[in-house]
Design a protein around this ligand. Structure first.
Ligand code: FAD
Length: 464
C-alpha cells in the first residue's frame, strides 16, 4: 500500500454503526480517505461466549455491507495489528471511540504508544456513553458512589446532539485494491448457538428502537417489571455493540412527553453510572466494591457445586428462578426483574459467591456487558455501590406471584409446569396431586436460608 499519509484508519470496536458516529467526522477532517478496520482480538473473543460472538459477526457483516464490502477484518493482538495496518496504508491518524473498560483502556494505551513510535496519532472521539465515564463528578471533584445524585448531575451535565454521519461521511479505501496490504481473515462463520438471537446490526437496532418508541415506551413505566409481558425495549444488545448510540435514544426520548420516557431515561442513566463506577474502580469487576463483604462466608465444595449446577440448569424447584435460567439459555437474554431474582437466589439462598453467577451470565448473555453485569450482580449481592440493603432478601415465591401474576412467564419456560393454571404455578409443592412429574422439589427451604443469610451478614457488619 502507498505511504503517502493521505489516509487514516477508523478502528471500529464497540461502535458498529455509521450514524451518530463522531469518529467518522474526525476521520473526514484528518484525511481524504479512510480504511475501516475491525480486529478480532482473541483476548476479548474468548470470554465472550458463542451467543455474543455470533451476534458480533452478524453486526460486522451488516457494517461491511453498509461500507460497500470495504471493512477489513483481521485477527490478532491489536498492539501488533493496528500499527502494522496504519503503516501499510500510510495513516497519520487512527480514529477510535474511547473505551473505558479495564482491558480496553490498557489496550488503547499500548496501541497509542506503539503508533506514536511510527509518528501516527491515536485520536479518541466520543465513547459508548452519552457522557464519558469520569466526566460527571461531585462538587469536590470526586466520583459519585450513589446513583440518584449521579443521575441528577449527569442530566445537568447534558450531552451533545447526535452526530450527523453516514456511510458517505468518509471516502473508504477498498482494502482489496492495495498491493502488499494487510491480510484479511474475513468475518468468521456463525457458531452453533442454541439460543434464538436478535437480528444483528445498525439497521435492526434502529428498527427495534423505532418500534419501541412508537409502541412500547408509553407503557414502559407500568410494564417494565413484568417478565410475562413484552414491556421492555430489548435495546441492551444494540447498546452493547454500539449499533445505536445512547445519544440517539436520549434525543428521541426528549421529544416524548410521557412519564415513561423519563423512566426509560433513568435506565439509560444506570448504564452510564455503572460504566462510571467501573472506570473509577476497575478492581470492582472481580472484587467486592465494598470490601467489608470480603468477610461474608460463602459456600464451597461439592455441595456448593451441585447447587450451582441446579441453578444453571434451571432445576432449583423454584419456578420463577428456573424460568429465568431457562430463558437465559433459550434467548441468551433474561428480563431485568428476573435477573435480580435469580441473582438474589444464588447469593442469599444458595450462599454462593456473586462472581460465580456473574461469570456464568457473561458466558451466556448476548448483551453481556462487564460494567452493567458485574454491578448488577453486586447491587443484588449488597456489596456494590448504592446497593440494596443486604437484609432485603427477595422471596422467590412472592416475587413470582407479584411480577408474573398469572404464571404465564413460568409456564412459557418451564413446560413441566405447563398444566398448572394461574399463579398456583409459583408453588407446585402445594398442589393436591403433588409436584408434576419431571419437576424437582425445592432444593432449599427459603425461610431457613433467609435466616442463614442474615446470620452470615453479621460477619460483614463486624468487619466494618
Ligand atoms: P430496558 O428495560 O428496555 O432498559 C433500557 C436500557 O437501559 C437497557 O437496554 C440497558 O442499556 C439500560 N438498563 C436498564 N436497566 C439497567 C440496569 N439495571 N443496569 C444497567 N443498565 C440498565 N445489562 C446489560 O446491558 N448487560 C448485562 O450484562 C447486564 N447484566 C445484568 C446482571 C444482573 C444481575 C442484573 C440485575 C442486571 C443486569 N443488566 C445488564 C441490566 C438489565 O437487566 C438489562 O440492561 C436489561 O434487562 C436489558 O433489557 P432491555 O434492553 O429490554 O431493558
Amino acid at each position: 500500500m502507498a505511504d503517502s499519509r493521505d489516509a487514516c484508519v477508523v478502528w471500529f470496536r464497540r461502535d458498529l454503526r455509521l450514524s451518530d458516529q463522531p469518529t467518522l467526522l474526525a476521520a473526514a477532517d484528518a484525511a481524504p480517505r479512510a480504511l475501516a478496520l475491525f480486529v478480532l482480538d482473541p483476548r476479548l473473543l474468548g470470554p465472550s461466549g458463542p451467543a455474543r460472538r455470533t451476534f458480533l459477526y452478524g453486526c460486522l457483516r451488516e457494517l461491511d455491507a453498509a461500507l460497500g464490502g470495504k471493512l477489513l477484518v483481521v485477527r490478532g493482538d491489536p498492539a501488533d495489528v493496528v500499527p502494522r495496518i496504519a503503516k501499510a496504508v500510510g495513516a497519520a491518524t487512527v480514529h477510535i471511540a474511547a473505551d473505558f473498560g479495564p482491558y480496553g483502556r490498557e489496550r488503547d494505551e499500548v496501541v497509542e504508544k506503539s503508533l506514536a513510535a511510527d509518528g501516527c496519532e491515536l485520536v479518541r472521539s466520543g465513547s459508548p456513553y452519552a457522557v464519558a465515564p469520569g466526566r460527571v463528578t461531585k462538587g469536590d471533584g470526586g466520583p459519585f458512589k450513589v446513583f440518584t445524585p449521579f443521575r441528577r448531575a449527569w442530566a445537568d451535565h447534558g450531552w451533545r446532539a447526535p452526530a450527523e454521519t453516514g456511510p458517505r461521511t468518509v471516502e473508504w479505501i477498498d482494502p482489496a485494491d492495495k498491493d502488499g496490504g494487510p491480510r484479511a481473515v474475513g468475518i468468521p462463520d456463525d457458531e452453533k448457538v442454541d439460543a434464538e438471537l436478535p437480528e444483528p446490526g445498525e439497521a435492526a437496532a434502529l428498527r427495534r428502537w423505532t418500534e419501541f418508541l412508537d409502541g412500547g415506551v408509553e407503557d414502559y413505566g407500568g410494564t417494565r417489571d413484568r417478565p410475562d409481558k413484552p414491556g421492555t425495549s430489548r435495546m441492551s444488545v444494540y447498546l452493547k455493540y454500539g449499533c445505536i448510540h445512547p445519544r440517539t435514544i436520549l434525543a428521541d426520548l426528549a421529544r416524548q412527553r410521557s412519564a415513561s420516557a423519563g423512566t426509560y431515561r433513568t435506565e439509560i442513566a444506570w448504564r452510564e453510572f455503572y460504566a462510571d463506577v467501573l472506570h473509577q474502580r476497575p478492581d470492582s469487576a472481580r472484587k467486592n466494591y465494598d470490601r467489608a463483604f470480603d468477610a461474608l462466608p460463602v459456600a464451597s465444595g461439592k455441595g456448593a457445586e451441585e447447587r450451582f449446577a441446579a441453578w444453571k440448569e434451571g432445576r432449583t424447584g423454584f419456578p420463577i428462578v428456573d424460568a429465568g435460567m431457562r430463558q437465559l439459555r433459550e434467548q441468551a437474554w433474561m428480563h431485568n426483574r428476573v435477573r435480580m431474582i435469580v441473582a438474589s437466589f444464588l447469593v442469599k439462598d444458595l450462599h454462593l459467591p456473586w462472581w460465580w453467577g456473574a461469570r456464568y451470565f457473561m458466558q451466556l448473555l448476548v448483551d453481556g456487558d462487564l460494567a452493567s453485569n458485574q454491578h448488577g450482580w453486586q447491587w443484588t449481592a449488597g456489596s456494590g455501590t448504592d446497593a440494596s440493603p443486604y437484609f432485603r432478601i427477595f422471596n422467590p415465591i412472592t416475587q413470582g406471584e407479584r411480577f408474573d401474576p398469572d404464571g404465564d412467564y413460568v409456564r412459557r419456560f418451564v413446560p413441566e409446569l405447563g398444566g398448572i393454571p394461574g399463579k398456583q404455578v409459583h408453588q407446585p409443592w402445594k398442589l393436591q396431586d403433588g409436584i408434576p412429574d419431571g419437576y424437582p422439589e425445592p432444593i432449599v427451604d427459603h425461610k431457613v436460608e433467609r435466616e442463614e443469610a442474615l446470620a452470615r451478614y453479621e460477619r460483614v457488619k463486624a468487619a466494618r
